[in-house]
Design a protein around this ligand. Structure first.
Ligand code: 6CS
Length: 313
């Protein structure tokens, strides 16, 4: 069969590298073909999600920053200062997490989706026009976030004025100064040339960009056991591949940005400065529970247990 798979990025970005690996495994082990639709070819992230739910697409990659409007619990991956930064701990978490492997599949199934994998794309950085080292210095600064209510709460707590926008509008909005900043992993700031329209890239150490790959559930349930196992194999191999691929990606991207724009300012907040953002955003946890109720509370508890297992903390 011919399977359609839409991603939120281009083929040479992390979601594209993952999808290409998935496609290679499927096509090397079966007569099936996978057609990948990069960002822009079928619309914005919310559009391709609708198409996947309707069964027009068989596979879709959508990040929690957009899935949050459909599955509020997915926003646990947007909570600041929760995921570990150490790659070995992070990899362990993504492979063994019960939230991802046991809890989320039911929540996604309720929306007609078979959750196949969640994986990290890179540490999130904030790009702005002017440097900042505290929440006070972000007062009045309009920062674009993905269209998630929890990200809005997070950036409010960081002192900024959050502006939720689909990705397709971000570059233009930065160019016309309608917004003064945005957040994304370093590889994406480089590949989308966002650095051209912002002057400072700041690392406050608040999150790791996470994404998810899903199949239309009716499609998946209707497959033979052999095809389901093939998809699981392709998913596992693509996930392993991307965890490796991620190594060095941030530094390579920094080098490319430096070469293209030598006066770009890179700022990494020290522990004391990060503490200001960590403290300011502590109430975001309650906002998450208010948005998700008992179900979200259970997700949070499981998340803490998963993190304890991954980090010993
Ligand atoms: O910020 C965004 O909207 C996008 N960021 C990444 C890293 N991937 C896709 C998403 O649409």
């Amino acid at each position: 069969a011919n399977w359609k798979y839409a991603i939120e990025e281009s083929l040479n970005e992390v979601q594209g590298v993952y999808a290409t690996k998935f496609k290679d495994v499927i096509e090397a082990n079966s007569a099936h073909k996978v057609q990948i639709y990069p960002f822009g070819t079928l619309g914005e992230s919310v559009d391709v999600m609708e198409q996947a739910q309707a069964g027009i697409l068989q596979f879709v990659d959508q990040s929690p920053g957009f899935t949050g409007s459909l599955i509020p619990e997915a926003q646990v991956f947007l909570m600041p200062y929760v995921l570990p930064e150490k790659p070995s701990e992070l990899d362990y978490f993504f492979k063994h997490s019960k939230v991802i492997n046991e809890h989320f599949p039911q929540l996604y199934a309720d929306k007609g989706l078979e959750l196949l994998s969640m994986f990290p794309e890179g540490r999130v950085h904030i790009t702005t026009q002017k440097p900042f080292t505290s929440p006070e210095e972000l007062n009045g600064v309009k920062i674009r976030v993905m269209t998630s209510p929890l990200l809005v709460e997070t950036y409010k707590s960081f002192g900024a004025v959050p502006t939720p926008l689909p990705w397709g509008e971000v570059f233009g909005a930065l160019q016309t100064k309608m917004i003064q900043g945005q957040e994304n992993p370093m590889f994406y700031i480089e590949s989308t040339k966002t650095y051209e329209v912002t002057d400072v890239i700041t690392d406050i150490g608040h999150n790791i960009f996470t994404t998810a790959v899903m199949a239309n559930k009716a499609f998946y349930d209707g497959l033979s056991e052999q095809d389901q196992m093939l998809i699981q194999k392709a998913t596992a191999e693509a996930t392993d591949y991307i965890l490796q691929y991620r190594e060095g990606l941030e530094n390579d991207s920094i080098a490319k940005i430096n070469a293209a724009k030598p006066d770009m300012q890179f700022v990494s907040l020290d522990e004391q400065q990060r503490e200001l953002f960590r403290t300011a955003s502590a109430p975001v946890k309650e906002r998450f529970v208010a948005m998700t109720g008992d179900s979200g509370k259970a997700v949070l508890d499981q998340m803490s247990a998963d993190l304890l297992e991954a980090t010993g903390k």
